[in-house]
Design a protein around this ligand. Structure first.
Ligand code: AR6
Length: 276
C-alpha cells in the first residue's frame, strides 16, 4: 500500500467515533504501528542517501583505491589463464575499454563506498548467513523493514533497496540458485545464475547508477561450484559491458576466499583480455 493510501487509512481510523469494539482498537493500533514502521525506514533511507560514505563508515574503501583489471594485469604476476567456456564469443575490438571497467577487490563487500553492492540474499529478503548476514549487520535494521515490502524475490530476480548505514548507496538483492550438492549442477542452475548477474546489472543502469560490486553469488551456502560460477559471472559482465559500457564506470568482483581469488585471476584473462 502506498504511503498516501496508508495516511488516508490512518485519517479514516482517527475519525472513527467512540464506541469502538476491542477488535477495532487493536486494528487501529496495528495500523498506526505499520505507518510508524514505514515512515521509519523511508525517512532513514532518504537520510542515508544524502549522507557522504565517510560519514556513515570511517574505514570505507572508495573506487579510486581499487585498481582496474588493466592496471592489475600490468602490475601483478597473474596465474595461467583459464580458457573461456564454449559458445562465449566476445567482441575483441572493445578489449581496451572494457579492461578498465572491471576490477577485482579482495575483502569485505560491506566496506565498499560505491553506488551499489549486490547481496546474495534469500527470497524473504530478511537477512541470513554468509554475505547476506554481513550486509544486514552493517546496514542496520531498516534494510530488513524495506526488504519485507519487496519480498518475495524469486530465484534469478533482483530488487533494489537503500544501503542505510553501509558506505554503498544501494543494495541490489538477488537470489541465486540453490543446489543440494555441487554435483547436482545442471543447465537450469546456470541459467538462473546468469539471470542474477544480468538482472542486477540491468537494475543498475535503469537506476542510472555507475558502480557495482558482486560477491560470488550462490557459491557458499547454496553450493554452486566456484569455477563454473566464475565463468558465468565473467561472461555476463562482459556481454553486458559490450552493450552498456558508456553507462557503467566499474563492475567489481568482490572475492572473499583464496579459491575465488585464484579462479577469477585466471578466468578474467580470457573474458577481459587487456589487448585485442
Ligand atoms: N564480503 C564479500 N563476500 C563474502 C562476505 C563478505 N563480507 N561474506 C561471505 N562472502 P554465501 P550463497 C562470500 O553463502 O551461497 C544466506 O543465508 C562467501 O565466501 O553468502 O548465495 C542467504 O540468506 C562466498 O564466496 O551466499 C541465503 O539463504 C560468497 O560470499 C544463502 O546464504 C557467497 O556465499 C545464499 O547462499
Amino acid at each position: 500500500m502506498s504511503y498516501l493510501k496508508l495516511s488516508q487509512k490512518f485519517s479514516e481510523l482517527i475519525n472513527v467515533s467512540n464506541g469502538l469494539k476491542l477488535s477495532d482498537i487493536k486494528f487501529r493500533s496495528f495500523r498506526s504501528n505499520s505507518i510508524r514502521t514505514i515512515m521509519a525506514w523511508e525517512t532513514e533511507k532518504e537520510k542515508y542517501l544524502n549522507m557522504k560514505a565517510e560519514e556513515k563508515q570511517k574505514n570505507c574503501i572508495s573506487l579510486e583505491k581499487i585498481p582496474t583489471w588493466k592496471r592489475l594485469c600490468e602490475s601483478e604476476k597473474l596465474p595461467k589463464p583459464i580458457m573461456k567456456m564454449e559458445n562465449c564469443p566476445i567482441d575483441n575490438k572493445l578489449n581496451g575499454i572494457l579492461s578498465e571497467k572491471i576490477s577485482i577487490f579482495e575483502g569485505d563487500i560491506t566496506k565498499l563506498a560505491i553506488d551499489a553492492i549486490v547481496n546474495a540474499a534469500n527470497s524473504r529478503l530478511q537477512g541470513g548467513g554468509g554475505v547476506d548476514g554481513a550486509i544486514h549487520r552493517a546496514a542496520g535494521s531498516c534494510l530488513r523493514l524495506e526488504g519485507a515490502t519487496l519480498a518475495p524475490c524469486n530465484t534469478g530476480d533482483s530488487k533494489i533497496t537503500g544501503g542505510y548505514q553501509l558506505p554503498a548507496k544501494y543494495v541490489i538483492q538477488t537470489v541465486g540458485p540453490q543446489l543440494a550438492r555441487p554435483e547436482e549442477l545442471n543447465k537450469n542452475h546456470f541459467q538462473l545464475l546468469e539471470n542474477c548477474y544480468r538482472n542486477s546489472l540491468e537494475l543498475l543502469v535503469a537506476k542510472k547508477l555507475k558502480t557495482i560490486a558482486f560477491p560470488c553469488i550462490s557459491t557458499g551456502i547454496y553450493s554452486f561450484p566456484n569455477l563454473p560460477a566464475a565463468h558465468t559471472a565473467a561472461y555476463q559482465a562482459r556481454k553486458f559491458l559490450e552493450k552498456e559500457h558508456p553507462n557503467v564506470d566499474r563492475i567489481i568482483f568482490c572475492l572473499f576466499l583464496q579459491t575465488d581469488k585464484d579462479i577469477y585471476k585466471g578466468v578474467l584473462q580470457s573474458y577481459f583480455p587487456v589487448s585485442g
